[in-house]
Structure formats: structure tokens, C-alpha cells
Design a protein around this ligand. Structure first.
Ligand code: SAM
Length: 340
């Protein structure tokens, strides 16, 4: 830990992991439930869902955010499962805002339920959303999501844009369903809207039987073939995480590429994760986790809770071992249980 001034000028303790990386970003999986069954996220044999009593309550989550907020964790992302299937989300967001320490409050969602609530979420204090959309083809979309309707997601994206959740980022996992036609659609979209379309390498976890699709080089070739100019490297002001961003000359939106496998970015990792059942995960792609639920529910003090997070940070690996893990132990939790 080190001392750094916070925005009010008072000293604030920052959290650092064992390698000195400052950790200021907490990703919270608020539920393991999802209304989609994405084949790259959930194993085909189905999943055992948590009992509702096992899931951390909003009060427990607010306590954690408050404690970590005093240690410099100012960026919060809500994920899942699908965060919008959990009831009371608008009020929860308002309560997170009321804590007063959060600078950037974001959500990763499949977008299917966003259409009706985008304005309310924004009004309550949600800054922005990342929306997963892996193909525009309705049949392929239904197939990969286990019955999802692409029109619901497109409506969610429109509502998010209307509500001013900028920058809206679209997450496109590069699986076999992604086609050149989809890439051309996204090229059109970045010319019409201030969005960031991010192509993400498929991470082969949770015994999902999915083939990865195009690689980044192939996508870049498709974009250059479209004749809308050459991609130029750029940076974004807000939420500039592991993606490398590029702009086409006349586009108002951006493309991003996220390469956890071919060019991992662990050296700049600033995040820690909390699962819906109260396990702190120092790394998305590791089985290590530390339980905080028992301490939260067993009368533990704020200091006790903080110390568990600190302990988890000291166990954060320098880099993920996805390849090694695949050769040896399997990752126990699927993406839907950790939050992507
Ligand atoms: N339900 C929300 C959604 O669909 O965005 C949030 C949870 S989902 C687990 C979070 C992110 O993880 C999504 O963008 C999803 O595409 C990504 N994801 C899930 N499985 C993945 C995998 N095997 N490789 C790469 N990204 C994955």
C-alpha cells in the first residue's frame, strides 16, 4: 500500500498487488443467472446455479464498495451472469453513487433487457455499458446465445446511446459465427454512432466446445478491404482498459482489439473480481479465490474484509496461465460465474 492524495486532498491508501500494480478497479458479478446460454460462456452440459441465499445481498456489496473506496478502488463494473436479470438494479446503482467514492460506474450486459431501463439506469448514476454482440445474423445469434433475439439487443444499444451512456462499447468475441458481413455492419455503425466496437479473442475455458474464429489480423484486413480508409491507432479518454483502439478517417466511433491470448496485458492489470457468491478472485483465468462471505456474514470488521482483499492481491499472479492451465488443471468456474 502507498499513500496518495485523493481528490479531496486527504491522504488515501491505494491498494497494490504483490508486483506493485495499483488495483483501483473492482468487477462485481452480481448474479450467476443469465437469460442467454452463450456457448462460449457456459458449458454445454448445463450449470448448477447458486441458491439465492448464497448470493451476496446489495447491502453486502455496498459495504464492500465502501470499504474498498477508502483504499482507492474508484472504478466499479457490474457484470454477471446477466446483471439486468437481478431485480432492484436501478436502486442499487443509486446507492453505489451515494457512497461518493466511485468515479466510473459501468456495466457489462448482453443488452437484451436494456431497452426498457437504459434511461433509468443512467438517471440513477450508471455511466456506461459494454454490450456483448457477436454476430448480427439472427439465426447465428440465436444459436450462439441459446435463443437470444438480436432485435432486443439492437434496441438495447439504441436506448443506451439515447440515454447518453458514452462511450458505449460493443464486445464481439471472435468465434466461428463472426462473418465478414458482420464486420461490414460494424464499420457502418462506427461511422454513424460514437461507439467502440471491440473484437475480443475467444478464451478457451469452462469446457465450452466453441471454435475461435477470425484473428485480429484477419479482422483488420476485412476493415481495410471495406475501402473506408486505413485504421489509425488512437486512445480514448474514459475506460481505456486492455483494448488497443483504432479509428477510421471519417468515423465517429472506434474499433478496439482485446488480445488476452496472443498479446496478454497482465502487466498493466488494475483489477480484482468478486463473484456473486462472495469469492475474491485475483485473476480471471486462475482458480485461486478467497472467501469473504463468511466474514461479511459472521460479524467481521471492515478491516477484516479489507485484509481479505489485500491477501487476495498478494496472490495475484504476474500473468495468467491459460495455456498452462489447459494442460494441467481445468478452470473450475465458467465465465458466467466470474463475469468476463
Ligand atoms: N451477461 C453479460 C454479457 O453478456 O455481457 C455479462 C457477463 S459475460 C460473462 C461478460 C463478457 O465476457 C461478455 O462480453 C462475453 O462476451 C465475455 N466472454 C464470455 N465468455 C468468453 C470467452 N470464453 N472468451 C472471451 N470472452 C468471453
Amino acid at each position: 500500500m502507498d499513500e496518495r492524495p485523493n481528490c479531496s486532498g486527504m491522504g488515501m491508501r491505494m491498494m497494490r498487488d504483490g508486483y506493485g500494480r495499483v488495483i483501483d478497479y473492482l468487477r462485481i458479478s452480481v448474479t450467476d443467472r443469465c437469460n442467454f446460454r452463450c456457448s462460449y460462456c457456459m458449458p454445454p452440459e448445463g450449470v448448477k446455479l447458486l441458491e439465492s441465499s448464497e448470493i451476496l445481498s446489495y447491502e453486502e456489496l455496498l459495504r464492500v464498495i465502501t470499504i474498498l473506496g477508502q483504499h482507492g478502488v474508484t472504478n466499479i463494473r457490474l457484470t454477471g451472469g446477466e446483471p439486468l436479470v437481478r431485480k432492484g438494479m436501478v436502486d442499487f446503482i443509486r446507492s453505489i453513487r451515494a457512497i461518493g467514492t466511485v468515479k466510473d460506474l459501468a456495466m457489462t450486459t448482453n443488452g437484451s433487457l436494456l431497452g426498457d431501463v437504459a434511461h433509468q439506469l443512467k438517471g440513477a448514476g450508471l455511466d456506461r455499458v459494454n454490450i456483448s454482440i457477436d454476430t448480427l445474423n439472427p439465426q447465428k445469434f440465436a444459436h450462439i446465445t441459446g435463443g437470444g433475439k438480436i432485435e432486443d439487443v439492437l434496441r438495447g444499444i439504441d436506448s443506451g446511446i439515447e440515454a447518453g451512456m458514452t462511450p458505449i462499447k460493443l464486445n464481439v468475441v471472435m468465434t466461428e459465427v463472426l462473418s465478414e458481413e458482420d464486420v461490414f455492419y460494424f464499420i457502418d455503425q462506427v461511422h454513424r454512432f460514437p461507439i467502440a466496437v471491440r473484437f475480443i479473442e475467444y478464451m478457451p475455458i469452462s469446457r465450452c466446445n466453441v471454435k475461435s474464429g477470425s484473428n485480429i489480423a484477419a479482422i483488420k484486413t476485412m476493415i481495410s478491404k471495406a475501402g473506408r480508409g486505413a485504421l489509425e491507432s488512437t486512445v480514448i479518454a474514459r475506460g481505456n482498459g486492455p483494448a488497443k483502439y483504432y479509428r477510421l478517417p471519417k468515423a465517429i466511433g472506434l474499433f478496439g482489439f482485446i488480445t488476452p491470448i496472443s498479446d496478454y496485458f497482465c502487466q498493466s492489470c488494475n483489477r480484482i473480481r468478486l463473484t456473486a457468491d462472495g469469492k475474491v478472485k485475483p485473476c480471471l483465468l486462475s482458480n485461486d479465490e478467497i472467501d469473504i462471505k463468511a466474514t461479511l456474514r459472521g460479524g467481521g470488521s471492515d478491516k477484516d474484509i479489507y485484509e481479505l482483499f489485500f491477501k487476495a492481491l498478494q496472490a495475484k499472479p504476474m500473468r495468467h496461465k491459460l495455456d498452462d492451465t489447459r494442460e494441467g488443471e481445468d478452470l473450475v468456474r465458467g465465465m458466467f460465474q466470474v463475469g468476463g
